[in-house]
Design a protein around this ligand. Structure first.
Ligand SMILES: C[S@@+](CC[C@H](N)C(=O)[O-])C[C@H]1O[C@@H](n2cnc3c(N)ncnc32)[C@H](O)[C@@H]1O
Length: 413
């Protein structure tokens, strides 16, 4: 992939849809739907729940391929194609290697174990530093079963204590190597010469799902200390700071888009997240209830700004709207003269149901931009690495069903 070309294509693609990716739809209520072509919403209205689910969650646009909306989705799909990393066959490990490690993490660790071993064979590195290593599952597997010395660094002492206990419980096999835990907030330099001792020229560092700005800190640290290589997977883009954490490369500064905000980053975090049909139906219900409550605040009480009402337990959204609304209103300390029946009647109105339907369909259109925005963020990072003279790769490592944040930024020297 030519990263600059792809970045330009994505940036140009995103430009005309800026009002979709900088605004949450309900923020703009009662306006905001102008950005969403009426024919696109009408087309979605012809699909049943199953077809909508397939389109929204599985990017299956086959049914509408010949429409303008279908072509729009097809183009994004092309822009988001990333080369799959060829993974050597994964080795079976003893059961206790993954005791209490969930399926998704197990999948990621098994793949990374092979990938890191392959890198080790090619560019022998002295040790692996796992940034944001959490409990240290990956470090433990690498040290115990792949013979690679590991340092697991994380801000969370509790996670690390669990990891240490686990090392005592399942001692290393005879050929295994050590895992060292360092508790540290990686946004700050380690004390004294520690950083240099850890991030040596012979070391390799990994950041698996480094949340928000942690990914950029990781890249900066590896570049500054000239480590042998880096493999980074971002996540939680919603934690990025729009002022400092986007358009970090000179190329993006010159040719990228402006206006990224928390809504944009939240949308990027959504890209490719796997969802069952039941999750999709629930998502619609949550949106309907939240939006209906906002419309009540806006239209009936005259409150124009969006009031955060917070998440509720799954079951709360399946009670009558009146019950949901009254409990939210009480929780946020507001008062209302309306009784449950008034809210239920309000919710059942045809005009409200029509508005909620349009908002939901517009949301489906908006959500499709998630993966493209993620690619924009990752390409910016890779161009940033390349401007330091490194040759980097952007590859898909994990299966999308199991692990949505599956694209890694890799360089080795
Ligand atoms: C999404 S989790 C990923 C954990 C692990 N790498 C995995 O893939 O299972 C992100 C980890 O980064 C850690 N973290 C977040 N901010 C950090 C910081 N500033 N310094 C060090 N660790 C941090 C968190 O405590 C958490 O363990």
């Amino acid at each position: 992939m030519n990263f600059k070309d792809r970045f330009l294509q994505i940036s140009e693609f995103l430009a005309p849809y800026k009002s979709m990716w900088v605004n949450e739809i309900i923020e703009l209520y009662p306006d905001g739907l102008e950005a969403y072509p009426r024919e696109w919403i009408e087309l979605l209205d012809t699909l049943d729940d199953d077809q909508l689910y397939r389109l929204d969650c599985l990017s299956d646009y086959g049914l509408i391929e010949n429409s303008e909306l279908g072509q729009w989705m097809k183009r994004m799909n092309e822009l988001c194609q990333v080369q799959l990393k060829e993974i050597p066959e994964t080795e079976n490990l003893p059961d206790w290697a993954f005791n209490k490690v969930k399926g998704k993490k197990r999948h990621e660790i098994l793949i990374l174990a092979e990938v890191l071993k392959e890198i080790q064979n090619d560019k022998a590195f002295s040790h692996l530093v796992d940034i944001g290593g959490g409990v240290g599952h990956l470090a433990r597997v690498m040290a115990h079963y792949k013979g690679i010395e590991c340092i697991s660094l994380d801000i969370n002492q509790e996670f690390q204590e669990l990891g240490k206990k686990r090392l005592e419980k399942y001692p290393k096999p005879p050929q295994g190597r050590d895992v060292k835990f360092i508790t540290h907030d990686f946004t700050h330099e380690l004390e004294g010469e520690m950083t240099k001792k850890i991030f040596t020229k012979d070391s390799f560092s990994l950041g698996l799902h480094t949340c928000g700005p942690l990914a950029i800190k990781h890249i900066d640290c590896a570049l500054k200390n000239q480590t042998r290589g880096l493999l980074n997977f971002g996540c939680c883009y919603n934690r990025l700071d729009p002022e400092s954490d986007i358009n970090i490369s000179d190329f993006a500064k010159a040719h990228g888009q402006e206006g990224f905000n928390t809504f944009t980053f939240t949308l990027a975090s959504r890209g490719h997240s796997s969802m069952t049909k039941e999750d999709f139906i629930h998502k619609r219900r949550v949106k309907d209830y939240r939006y209906a409550l906002h419309i009540y605040f806006h239209d009936i009480l005259g409150i124009k700004e969006l009031i955060p009402v917070g998440d509720s337990h799954h079951r709360e959204y399946w009670k009558d709207f009146g019950e949901y609304a009254l409990s939210k209103i009480e929780k946020i300390g507001m008062e209302t003269q309306w009784k449950k029946e008034d809210f239920d009647k309000f919710f059942a109105q045809d005009s409200l149901q029509k508005s909620l339907n349009q908002l939901f369909k517009a949301n489906i259109i908006r959500w499709q931009l998630g993966r493209t925005l993620e690619l924009y963020i990752l390409l910016d990072r890779i161009l940033y690495i390349e401007q330091s003279g490194k040759k980097a790769q952007l590859l898909q490592f994990f299966s999308s069903d199991l692990s949505p944040r599956n694209i890694g930024v890799l360089y080795t020297e």
